[in-house]
Ligand binder design. Structure first.
Ligand SMILES: NC(=O)c1ccc[n+]([C@@H]2O[C@H](COP(=O)([O-])OP(=O)(O)OC[C@H]3O[C@@H](n4cnc5c(N)ncnc54)[C@H](O)[C@@H]3O)[C@@H](O)[C@H]2O)c1
Length: 270
């Protein structure tokens, strides 16, 4: 229910009143994207920037992140998500520089530690969980606390994977981590809904990032194997994943929370 809205001098500010809680969202929105220096991260940064949002791109500290930040003309935030203790201060510094966070996209993840259930080293499983699950949880917790404190009716979008719902031999550690991300999405959504904070996920099938093109070139048996599993017979374009995240964060999705939206060309159908 909209109680009031007005246009401020330098920014458009909306005040929502629902369940006796007053909350604000701003325009332009401050969008914090983790894993921002990767293939999907770049597409996310471009999609939110084109929409007019102010993006802070976060990733492991280093030249790759800074170079992409300069190229796209967006702010950067070097942060290792496995260092949970460093996360609140990093968010505070992003807020000091660019204002309260309106949208968090938990996109950081590691996808390379694979092995069968009988062969995968326990340490590889642990590393995958540490980044994909604990990193997503720690960011969600810190940003949700910040949104609650600031009275922001924000949105959180987790980049999951349909692997969390459909097994592929050898990929179970990664897939287990994404099943946990889907559960984390629902958990946060049900608890934060009363504060007007929506939490959703985008669950891509294989995405045609530069890394993917290098590992599975056009015409390679591995790429053909994946294409055979996808009714639309194409890998996801990173921009298609980003478009779903933009939608889920937007007022167009104001009544959607707790979903994990497949962007998979129909792969879950078969
Ligand atoms: N590429 C695909 O086919 C595909 C499919 C489904 C889901 N996804 C998901 O999309 C997201 C992005 O994947 P991508 O293809 O762009 O991969 P990518 O490897 O290009 O990007 C991931 C980014 O996460 C960052 N990262 C890793 N560990 C980190 C840490 N400890 N702290 C901070 N940042 C860290 C990396 O530096 C990297 O820039 C991931 O969550 C992935 O699971 C990808």
């Amino acid at each position: 229910m909209w109680a009031n809205e007005w246009v401020g001098t330098s920014a458009c500010v909306f005040l929502h009143s629902y369940n006796n809680v007053s909350r604000m969202t701003r325009t332009p929105r401050h969008v914090l994207i983790t894993g921002g220096a990767g293939g999907v991260g770049r597409a996310l940064a471009e999609a939110f920037t084109v929409r007019g949002d102010a993006v802070t791109l976060s990733d492991l500290p280093g030249d790759r992140l800074e170079a992409l930040g300069r190229e796209l003309g967006v702010a950067t935030l070097g942060l290792d998500l496995t260092d949970a203790a460093a996360i609140p201060a990093a968010i505070e510094s992003a807020v000091r520089s660019h204002g309260p966070v309106d949208v968090l996209v938990n996109n950081a993840g590691i996808l390379h530690l694979h092995g069968t259930v009988t062969e995968l080293p326990v340490a590889d499983f642990e590393t995958t969980i540490r980044v994909n699950v604990l990193g997503t949880f720690a960011m969600t917790q810190a940003v949700a606390r910040h949104m609650l404190g600031a009275g922001t009716a924000g949105a959180i979008v987790n980049i999951s994977s349909i692997g969390g719902r459909q097994p592929t031999p050898g990929m179970g550690a990664y897939e287990s981590s994404k099943a946990a991300v889907d559960a984390l999405t629902r958990w946060a959504a049900i608890e934060l809904g009363s504060a007007g904070i929506r939490v959703n996920a985008v669950a891509p099938g294989p995405v045609d990032t530069p890394m993917m093109r290098e590992g599975m070139p056009e015409g390679s048996p591995m790429r053909e194997g994946w294409l055979a599993r996808i009714p639309l017979h194409q890998l996801a374009d990173p921009a298609q994943v980003a478009a779903a995240a933009v939608f889920l964060s937007s007022p167009d999705a104001a009544h959607i929370t707790g979903v994990s939206l497949p962007v998979d060309g129909g792969q879950l159908l078969v």
